[in-house]
Design a protein around this ligand. Sequence first.
Ligand code: TYD
Ligand code: MG
Length: 454
Amino acid sequence: MAKQPSFTCTDCGASHTKWSGRCEACGAWNSIIEEKPLSSGPGKKSLGNVRGTAIELTDLSTKDNPPKRTVSGVNELDRVLGGGLVDASAILVGGDPGIGKSTLLLQAAARFARNGMNVVYVSGEEAAQQIRMRAQRLGLEESPVKLAAETNLRDILTTLDAEKPELVIIDSIQTMWADNVDSAPGSVSQVRAACHELVSFAKKRGCSVVIVGHVTKEGAIAGPRVVEHMVDTVLYFEGDRGHQFRLLRAVKNRFGPADEIGVFEMTGRGLTEVKNPSALFLSDRDKPAPGSIVFSGIEGTRPMLTEIQALVSPSPHSQARRTVVGLDGQRLATILAVLEARCGIPFAGLDVYLNVAGGMRVHEPAADLAVACALLSAREDHALPADTVVFGEISLSGALRPVTQAENRLKEASKLGFASAITPVQKKLPDVDGMTLRMTDDLVTVVNDIFGAD
Ligand code: TYD
Ligand code: MG
């Protein structure tokens, strides 16, 4: 049979049998590239026909020691890793170019090295001199980190074999070149091969490997998505270039909870930890403002308060605008539809702008009610008292659904000086000091009683 060419989406990793401008799986444009099929043929016997070596099977009840971890001392990083760096683990750190991945990892490398670890930092993007200049700016030049500026993976692995480090940082996977694969660095095959080599090295030699991957929109360079499945932990470093705050988010972690976040601030001297992120994402809130609602959310294991802002204005265009920053656009569309269909509040002919303050991104469905309140507050020009927080999930019927960790959300709000909350009806919710609750079980009640909308 003729070999089928294979096409892969560099954004989501889905395979397709033919090229197209748009990936059907994730909807990304210009992200599909061709991949060479693996060689097979008469000379190569199928695995089932040639006997290999029998492997030893174990059972589930065998007691193992918990994995050994090393802490960096940067609490925000250690927490995202699940309580420190696990020995011989492979970690992928993804993020937009220029967001601060190299800065974060150089700082982390310096901390680990100062704690006595043998750390090697390999950069395929910058010359050793550039990295030294950055280290000087960050005040890290005295840290015993070993540096190399190299892209040839064979040479890198040979060096690491002799050096026997405990931690290697590879910046970035898109610049690495495995000479046994004939395609350009940054292509899907190269990125996959290089990542496979590095992960095998980590497991065989007991050395942790941190791999940097740029998130790319262009089809020519493979993004970190195509190797997510190979590594133990996937962290994404995100944030808005216009803001100084950066979030390190665990999206996969074999050694700890996923969805945990660490919060950093980019300063002139590198990234500093933000110990109490809740207050950070709220703008100055002395006076109540229409369209601005504080959402009490949970990020990973921590409660975090964020401000959701909406602006609703008559549209001069035939098709009204929907602009969303920091939230899912589909979610906004759903909430607008529920407000219209279940509560009789039309948004046709109105431009809607929705924004999460401070460059934060909110993924929780518990933000639904805060979004709806922001929209209503903007539309009706009716501000809620500045000391009110909101959370709750909205179902398509217009009912409000209870959310997890309601007590933690309220406690955090109370700690930051908030005195009232609009929430769904939650069972078994103990009193939280100083908080007055307004529980409702449907959106219509919120619309009529709180906003008095017509
Ligand atoms: P970098 O770590 O090079 O990003 P990445 O590796 O993700 O591509 O970060 C680059 C940005 O960080 C650059 O715009 C400058 C800024 N920066 C600071 O603001 N302060 C600093 O101390 C450093 C080192 C960088
Ligand atoms: Mg970099």
